[in-house]
Design a protein around this ligand. Structure first.
Ligand code: UD1
Length: 429
C-alpha cells in the first residue's frame, strides 16, 4: 500500500484547478444505463471510485471509453445493449455508490440483481430508503445472501414518495428510476445537494422531465425512453473546500480555479469567521491567510445542503487543531464519523469526542508522526494537518485518498508543499 510523506512547514502559494465532482460523476455514470445512446461526460475526474464503477458498467455491457477531449478528460459511455443485469459483490463492495445501478437497470430492463454495498466505514449506512423508494415505484424486491433481487415485469409506476429523512443517495436513486416510470412521481423531502441538481439537469438533457430541480420536492414525469447527451460534470465542491482548508492551514495565498464559489458558502462563512480571507472569482475563489496570525476557534454543525457538508467536517477539524480557543464540532449526518480524531491526536491535537460531537482545543503546534487514513475525507484531513506539523508525517492507507482526490500530491506540490508518495507493498486491509 502506498503512503504519503509530508514535511510540514511550507506555505501554500499558487493555483489549484478543481476537478469534476466525484459524487456527481458516479451518479451520471449510472444514468448511462438508462439509454441505448452514447452519454459523453466531460470534466470527468479520474479516480479509483470512477474506475470501480466503470468496471461494473462494463460488466453490464456498457462500453466505457476514457479519452482526452477538447476540454480535458472525458469519458464516453454507450450501453447499446445491456448484456447483464447482475452486479456481483466483488464489483460493488469497494464503493457504495455502485448500488445506484439497481434503479437504472430496473428501469431499462425490468430486472436486476445487485450486491448490497460496501464503502467507507462511517456508521451503518443502510440502504432501506433506496429500497423503499424502488418498492413504492412498483419494484418487487427480495433480499437474499447479501443480494437484492428486484423485478418490475410491467415497468416501474410513478408514485408519491416522502422520505422520512433526507438522503442524497436515496433521492438520486429514486430519480434515476422514476425518469422512465409510467406516470408521475413526486419525491418529497428530497436532498438538495448540487450533485443531485447536476444529475437532474443531465437527465433532462437526455430527455427526462424533472420539475423542482434544486428544491426539496422533485416532480418527475416519466418518459418511455431517454436519448444520449454531452454533459460537463459539476466542479467538486468537496475537493475545492479541502484545498481551501489546506491553504488556510498552511498559510499563503491559493487560487482555486475551474470551481464555483457558490457551492461552498457554508464553509466560506466558517473560514471567514475563523480569520481566513476568501475572495470569490469568476471561476472559483482565492483563499488567503496570514501565517503570522493565529486563526480563531469556531463551532460548527454538519447539516444537509446548503448547511455545512459532513464531507468537510474532518478537514475543518484539522484546521481547528491549531486555532486559538475551543471549537465544538457536531456531526449530524453520520454516526461514527470522528475516526480521524485519534489520528489527529497522534500529531499532538487535543480532541475530546463524546458521541456525536467533538471538542477541539487548539494547540500552538502539531508534530509529525505516522498516521492512518480511516476513510476518504478523514484521510485528506491528515494530509492537511501534516502540512503544518513539525517534521515528517506519513499517512498510510492512501487508497482511501485515491478514491476521491485526483493528483493530490501534484496539486499541492505545485503550490509549494513538500509532499510525496512512497510506493509500498505492506498489506494493511
Ligand atoms: C452521499 C455522498 C457522501 C456524503 C453524503 C452526505 C456520494 C457517493 N456520497 O452519501 O459523500 O457524505 O451523501 O452528504 O454521493 N440513510 C439511511 N437509509 C438509507 C440511506 C441513508 O438511514 O437508505 C442514512 C445514512 O446512514 C446517513 C444519512 O441517511 O446517516 C444520510 O446519508 P445519505 O445522504 O444517503 O448519504 P450517501 O448518499 O450514502
Amino acid at each position: 500500500m502506498d503512503s504519503i510523506v509530508i514535511q510540514g512547514g511550507n506555505r501554500l502559494n499558487g493555483t489549484i484547478p478543481v476537478s469534476g465532482a466525484k459524487n456527481s460523476a458516479l451518479k451520471l455514470m449510472a444514468a448511462s444505463i438508462l439509454t441505448d445512446q452514447p452519454l459523453l461526460l466531460t470534466n470527468m475526474p479520474r479516480l479509483a471510485d470512477t474506475k470501480f464503477l466503470g468496471r461494473l458498467l462494463k460488466a453490464l455491457g456498457v462500453e466505457v471509453t476514457e479519452r482526452d477531449g477538447a476540454d480535458g478528460q472525458e469519458t464516453l459511455f454507450h450501453g447499446a445493449t445491456i448484456s447483464s443485469t447482475f452486479a456481483p459483490y466483488d464489483l460493488v463492495r469497494q464503493m457504495r455508490a455502485s448500488f445506484n445501478v439497481l434503479g437504472p437497470l430496473l428501469a431499462r430492463t425490468g430486472e436486476a440483481k445487485v450486491s448490497l454495498p460496501g464503502g467507507c466505514t462511517i456508521g451503518a449506512r443502510p440502504v432501506d430508503l433506496h429500497l423503499q423508494a424502488l418498492t413504492a415505484l412498483g419494484a418487487e424486491i427480495e433480499l437474499d445472501e447479501g443480494y437484492v433481487t428486484a423485478r418490475a415485469p410491467k415497468g416501474l409506476q410513478g408514485a408519491e414518495i416522502a422520505f422520512p429523512i433526507v438522503s442524497v443517495g436515496a433521492t438520486e436513486h429514486a430519480l434515476l428510476a422514476a425518469v422512465m416510470a409510467n406516470g408521475t412521481t413526486v419525491l418529497r423531502n428530497a436532498a438538495r445537494e448540487p450533485e443531485i441538481g447536476d444529475l437532474a439537469r443531465c437527465l433532462t438533457a437526455m430527455g427526462a422531465r424533472v420539475d423542482g430541480i434544486d428544491s426539496d420536492v422533485l416532480t418527475i414525469t416519466g418518459v418511455s425512453s431517454l436519448g444520449g447527451a454531452t454533459w460537463s460534470v459539476i466542479p467538486d465542491r468537496i475537493e475545492m473546500g479541502s484545498y481551501a482548508v489546506a491553504a488556510a492551514m498552511a498559510g499563503g495565498e491559493v487560487r482555486l480555479t475551474k470551481a464555483r464559489a457558490d457551492l461552498m458558502q457554508a464553509l466560506s462563512a466558517k473560514m471567514v469567521e475563523a480569520g481566513v480571507e476568501i475572495t470569490p472569482t469568476d471561476d472559483g475563489v482565492i483563499v488567503k491567510r496570514d501565517p503570522a496570525q493565529r486563526l480563531k476557534a469556531v463551532d460548527l454543525t454538519t447539516e444537509v445542503y446548503p448547511g455545512f457538508a459532513t464531507d468537510l467536517q474532518a478537514q475543518f477539524m484539522a484546521l481547528m487543531t491549531t486555532a486559538d480557543g475551543q471549537s465544538t464540532i457536531q456531526e449530524n449526518i453520520f454516526e461514527n464519523r470522528f475516526m480521524h480524531a485519534p489520528e489527529l491526536a497522534r500529531l499532538g491535537a487535543d480532541i475530546a469526542v463524546h458521541a456525536g460531537s467533538a471538542v477541539v482545543t487548539g494547540v500552538p503546534t502539531l508534530r509529525g508522526a505516522p498516521v492512518m487514513a480511516t476513510d476518504l475525507r478523514a484521510s485528506v484531513s491528515l494530509v492537511i494537518a501534516g502540512l503544518v506539523a513539525e517534521g515528517e508525517t506519513t499517512v498510510g492507507r492512501v487508497y482511501h485518498l485515491d478514491r476521491g482526490f485526483e493528483k493530490l500530491e501534484d496539486k499541492l506540490t505545485a503550490c509549494g508543499a513538500d509532499i510525496r508518495r512512497v510506493k509500498g507493498d505492506e498489506h494493511d486491509h
